[in-house]
Unconditional design. Structure first.
Length: 493
């Protein structure tokens, strides 16, 4: 029997549905993560600009983005909670044996979640009810709490990739846990900063893409220019930084997880002068078909020399490495992420060169069309990054300490498949509802703006709140007249 088929036959029946369920929920949740982590920062940058320059349009944008922030946070709570339950339900072997070692990360993320929920509520309620400076200062911890949540999750994930901070007793159970070592593992720094910058540029391109579409449809007023410029500038600055961080984390994987690196680059035999394959498919016999072969490049990228030795997949037994199919999936995800990142760098350079030479935004429709696609492309790159990270680590759930098959639940596979079907239906409803709410908000805002443009004043929809005082606080009105906040009922200047 072929090695891959033998490994598949030896796996528990629950393994495939459990992995599919976890993969689906994680892939769905991660769509919301960039906005959850980075939108608070982008919103506060716009808020600061409005206060500093007395720009009511900037404040209006910040207020509307804060409403979007709250909606996506609510949906993220649901999808994130499902993931938390799945860790215990689907992988009891992992949590039962190793939870005392790396579970601190989930505790940190829980505290960050509660803090972020409170701060978002204060920020939303504070519009027109708090003094502008007080309102802004109370919101400043928001980005920090978002980063703290990412800190907790990435600490847990990086530990699974490079576990440390414990000893094993005679029964193989972890003892003498060192929390600091368990948190700050060799992969934590590269993973954390790569992830944070990825969230920042993704959120920036997603938000800017909305206004890029508006520009393509002829909406080229101050509102749309500002809505595009601030998030796109943040994303454009972060993009080359991310490219450098991506190279750094790939080099860390090369040194700390050589077999995963071999999977990402579909390297079969340990050797020097290893070629780089752009895409391509690895076969169980070690041959590669398709793709573009670049001689020597993999060794050069790994160690800056064609004589760099690259560890191959065959350096370990077949049951301790990804299968040929898993390696191909990880390789494609990795290459697609790199291609998207490279294109985004070119887009950022285009934007930067036009600004430096002419001190204005690009005028090309091709640029704004590309900017509109950049948000979707960056989300795809984030998905690919997680696929490369998780599939490339197979068959380990705790690298070189516990296999995925050893951690999986004993629940019947039929029940897991049914659960997957139910979750898919529920998530379609949840994300459909999210899209419907966002489109409804956009429609209300657009109608309000059209009424202001036509000279028909009315209450701006984003000032409505289900509870609390309807009349503005006098200090807020005074600040509004001074440019600290948009006047009551004012949509855009």
């Amino acid at each position: 029997m072929h090695t891959s088929l033998r490994l598949l036959a030896d796996a528990p029946d629950q393994l495939l549905p459990a992995r599919e369920l976890m993969a689906f929920t994680l892939a769905s949740h991660i769509i919301l993560v960039p906005l959850g982590v980075a939108l608070p920062f982008i919103t506060l940058v716009m808020h600061y600009r409005g206060l500093r320059r007395k720009d009511a349009t900037a404040l209006l944008l910040a207020r509307r983005w804060s409403a979007v922030m709250a909606v996506q946070f609510a949906v993220g709570v649901v999808t994130g909670t499902v993931l938390s339950f799945e860790f215990g339900l689907l992988w009891p072997g992992l949590m039962g044996r190793w939870g005392d070692v790396f579970g601190i990360g989930f505790g940190v993320e829980a505290w960050a979640f509660f803090l972020e929920a409170v701060l978002i509520a204060i920020y939303l309620y504070g519009w027109r009810r708090l003094k502008p400076r007080t309102h802004f200062l109370l919101a400043l911890p928001l980005p920090a709490t978002a980063l703290l949540g990412a800190f907790g999750i990435l600490a847990a994930n990086s530990w699974m990739n490079t576990p440390q901070g414990f000893s094993l007793d005679s029964d193989g159970n972890p003892v003498d846990v060192n929390i600091w070592k368990a948190i700050f593992t060799p992969m934590f720094g590269p993973q954390y900063w790569h992830f944070v910058v990825a969230m920042l540029l993704t959120a920036g391109y997603v938000v800017a893409g909305v206004y890029a579409v508006g520009w393509l449809r002829g909406r080229r007023d101050h509102y749309h220019r500002l809505g595009f410029t601030v998030p796109f500038t943040i994303a454009a600055v972060a993009t080359p930084v991310q490219f450098v961080l991506g190279d750094s984390i790939a080099r860390s994987v090369f040194h700390k997880q050589p077999v995963k690196f071999a999977a990402l680059e579909i390297v079969w035999e340990t050797d020097t002068r290893v070629p780089e394959y752009l895409f391509g498919r690895l076969h169980p016999d070690g041959s590669v078909s398709g793709g573009i072969k670049v001689p020597l490049l993999d060794s050069i990228l790994a160690g800056f020399s064609p004589n760099t030795k690259v560890v191959g997949l065959t350096s370990v037994p077949a049951d301790e490495r990804p299968t040929a199919t898993q390696a191909t999936i990880a390789h494609w995800a990795f290459d697609l992420m790199v291609v998207i990142g490279s294109v985004l760098v070119l887009l950022a350079l285009w934007y930067g060169l036009v600004w430096l030479r002419h001190r204005r935004l690009p005028a090309s429709k091709w640029f704004y069309g590309s900017a509109a696609c950049a948000g979707v492309a960056s989300v795809v790159a984030v998905e690919c990054g997680w696929i490369a990270t998780e599939v490339g680590r197979q068959p380990w759930i705790v690298y070189q300490n516990m296999r995925v098959s050893e951690a999986v639940t004993s629940t019947r596979s039929t029940s897991l498949w049914i659960m997957l079907g139910v979750v898919i239906v529920v998530y379609v409803f949840i994300f459909g509802s999210l899209l419907a709410v966002l489109l409804k908000m956009r429609t209300r805002w657009r109608l309000a703006d059209e009424q202001r443009a036509a000279g028909r004043p009315g209450e701006a929809p984003e000032t409505d709140t289900p509870y609390g005082p309807r009349a503005p606080v006098p200090a807020g009105d005074a600040a509004a007249r001074g440019g600290g906040a948009a006047p009551p009922g004012d949509g855009r200047p």
